[in-house]
Design a protein around this ligand. Structure first.
Ligand SMILES: [Zn+2]
Length: 148
């Protein structure tokens, strides 16, 4: 009964990184942006599934920085659309929020962002930038391989 053995590739690849995204105007956060992110995730997933000899992608886990304003619902919706005609069709997409280190550009204190709170705990400034971690990357991919 091991014909369809789920396999975790443990992939950890950057698909999109936007330094300074935290204070970027919301204009950038439109649907086109989210669609292109989803397409990037799909490309990483497909590349790994192929190199692992997988017949199908079961699920993809995506890490999103706490400060990221990407909407998970929107990403999930685009995901189904973007994967429809590929080996990733029907794959689940899961999101995990990761804490991000931010630097206050006012008082130069670094701190960990919690959820969407981007205010410096020291001086209350909103003038901050991310200093570690990527806004979004593929954390792992579960694939199905054909049995021998
Ligand atoms: Zn500060």
């Amino acid at each position: 009964m091991n014909a369809n053995r789920p396999q975790n590739t443990g992939a950890c690849l950057l698909v999109g990184s936007a330094p300074g995204a935290a204070d970027a105007p919301n204009l950038l956060r439109n649907e086109v942006h989210e669609l292109s992110l989803v397409e990037g995730i799909r490309e990483v997933a497909l590349r790994h599934a192929r190199s692992a000899g997988a017949s199908r992608i079961l699920s993809v886990r995506v890490a999103l920085a706490d400060y990221s304003s990407y909407l998970e619902d929107a990403l999930a919706m685009f995901w189904d659309e973007a994967c429809a005609a590929s080996e990733a069709a029907g794959a689940r997409i899961e999101f995990v929020r990761i804490p991000a280190e931010l630097l206050c550009l006012e008082c130069l204190k670094s701190f960990t962002a919690h959820e969407m709170n981007l205010q410096c705990p020291e001086c209350g400034s909103h003038w901050v930038k991310p200093i570690s971690g990527d806004e979004c990357y593929v954390e792992s991919i579960d694939v199905e391989t054909k049995g021998p």
